[in-house]
Design a protein around this ligand. Sequence first.
Ligand code: COS
Length: 410
Amino acid sequence: MVDFTLTDEQKDLRELAHSFADKEMRKVAWEYDKDGTWPQDVIDKAFEVGLMNTHIPEAYGGPGLDYLSGCIIEEEIGWGCSGIGTSLMANGLASSPVVLGGSEETKKKYLGMLSERPALASFGLTEPDAGSDVSGMKTRAVKQGDKYVLNGSKCFITNGTYADWFTVFAKTDPDNGHRGISAFVVDASSPGVTVDKKEDKMGQRASNTATISFNDVEVPAENLLAEENKGFKLAMMTLDRTRPGVAAMATGIGRAAFEFAVEYSKERVQFGVPIAMHQAIQFMIADMSTKVDAARLLTWHSAVLLDQGKRASLVSSEAKRFAADSAMEITVDAVQVYGGYGFIKEYPVEKLMRDAKIMQLYEGTSQIQRLVIAKEVLLPRPVDEPAPEAEANAAKAAEDSQSEQAAATV
Ligand code: COS
């Protein structure tokens, strides 16, 4: 039987996240949006109440929540302010490759850091000339003895200015396309790491987005994640796991805009009646309601597949694509319901419309999601194949035990 009833724990988490979004985020959201104020105070509070790093396993100090619970929290956070929310949630994207492919020591050190204090980590995949085309990246990592030396530049890096560490993807075999990319954990304090530029963005202005350069940065070989040249797969496996969270946040933005539009339509009087009495407005409200519900259902479906240990590429991309496009459509319609007032910053919905746009762009554009969906439909792969993290962890464990044996032999 398919049952959408949440557990008591999930209901409590939703209540906690909603109350936090209402009291701590909305209070400052529109103000912080104006100047792009960095929301360190909100990050500290979110950390204190346990709304950050919900994905980190208990073994490394986190609560180890399931994907569905994570999505329930992310919808509320997106409802509160997706700009601040993006900064609260970016640790999940940066640390997923560590959870999937890090050695025990790496996990303890870097996931532990996120669990112990309100530290931040960033995911460094995109480059000025390699956005959708991940394989086109130019950042290089060259092995020299027991370290790698990194050179290159990563752009659009969420929380880049404030990160304590980065997950960086770099070419280790430049002639081998997507099979020549590796992933590393890089300490932000390493000599040669520089924050070049903070972007001045259209929306989600409270989140930090920066360009980071790596100039002869030395990275210990043990900071390699999974095997050498398996970084592309690690990035794809990560995105399968984080796109449901983005979809949840987009659902939250759409729901916020929908609620504002409903309230306003009951108050605003034109032609002698509240505009909610006009069918033109009712149809927009009806479509908004449908899109919010459908986005949430797809999001939950993708999260539940992940919780069942299944490969969720298809539904994660469907959820992300649909929820992001819906958030854009809903927020545009919310501005329409507000009429001329919707265009004015004094009213809440123009911010939501600007915030929604990035949902169609980051973690893969809506067009990239369609590519993934089409590929999964036309060349289907079984969803029941063993969870790839099991494969990556097994390969890493085998590698670790081989080197331990080699060390013991020496
Ligand atoms: N999980 C595990 N492995 C995957 C995978 C997944 N979800 N998706 C692809 N792979 C593997 C494939 O199995 C294939 O493996 P082999 O080397 O063994 O053959 C390899 O990765 C290449 O896959 P594929 O041929 O499908 O890749 P394409 O080049 O056709 O497509 C896209 C790659 C365009 C989908 C990818 O580059 C992408 O998602 N780009 C967008 C990146 C993005 O989201 N950027 C935003 C930045 S993050 S904020």
